[in-house]
Design a protein. Structure first.
Length: 174
């Protein structure tokens, strides 16, 4: 199975690595499909960050967080925006991709929604899938993957090497 996950200790670190990976792979001629997350600080720097995803390869960028107010607790994910991103990625996957990158196997995926079906579809199409993961959803991801996913360090070079091995494509020099 061509499925791998990566985790990083710092908040947002996996997002930065996956963004860099997507840019580097595209520069090498690899057709990337999926999403990378972009966090930005809102005007009120004391509040939680805004979460956007860029649909690969060229966009659009979609806001996937809801503004629930400064004191709000709990999940701020906008499920409708996430499902819009899922639909766009699914469409692009069917048009052809060398690799699927999913910024996060999160709560929605753990509950059977979000990118879960897109990940399964890519695996069934023999398209390598790389997923960002956090400790909260690790058990759900392990159950979903049947323990068959490869764990990779959150290092761009290691991730690129995994993609190259699993796509069997010649990478263009950058």
């Amino acid at each position: 199975m061509k499925l791998a996950c990566t985790m990083a200790p710092g908040r947002g670190d996996v997002d930065l690595v996956l963004q860099r990976l997507a840019v580097d792979l595209a520069a090498r001629g690899i057709r990337c499909c999926g999403t990378v997350q972009i966090n930005s600080q809102p005007g009120d720097a004391a509040g939680p960050c805004d979460m956007d995803v860029r649909v690969l390869p060229e966009g659009p960028v979609l806001r996937i967080s809801q503004s629930l107010g400064r004191e709000a607790r709990g999940c701020r994910l906008d499920p409708a925006a996430l499902e819009t991103a899922v639909g766009l990625v699914e469409e692009r996957l069917r048009s052809g991709a060398d690799v699927l990158i999913v910024n996060k196997f999160g709560k929605h995926e753990a509950e059977g929604r979000g990118f879960r079906n897109v990940i399964a579809e890519a695996v069934s199409m023999d398209v390598p899938v790389l997923v960002g993961l956090n400790a909260l959803n690790r058990d759900a991801f392990e159950a979903f993957s049947g323990g068959m996913a490869t764990d990779l360090r959150s290092n761009v070079r290691e991730l690129e090497e995994w993609v190259q091995r699993n796509t069997m494509l010649e990478f263009q020099e950058t």
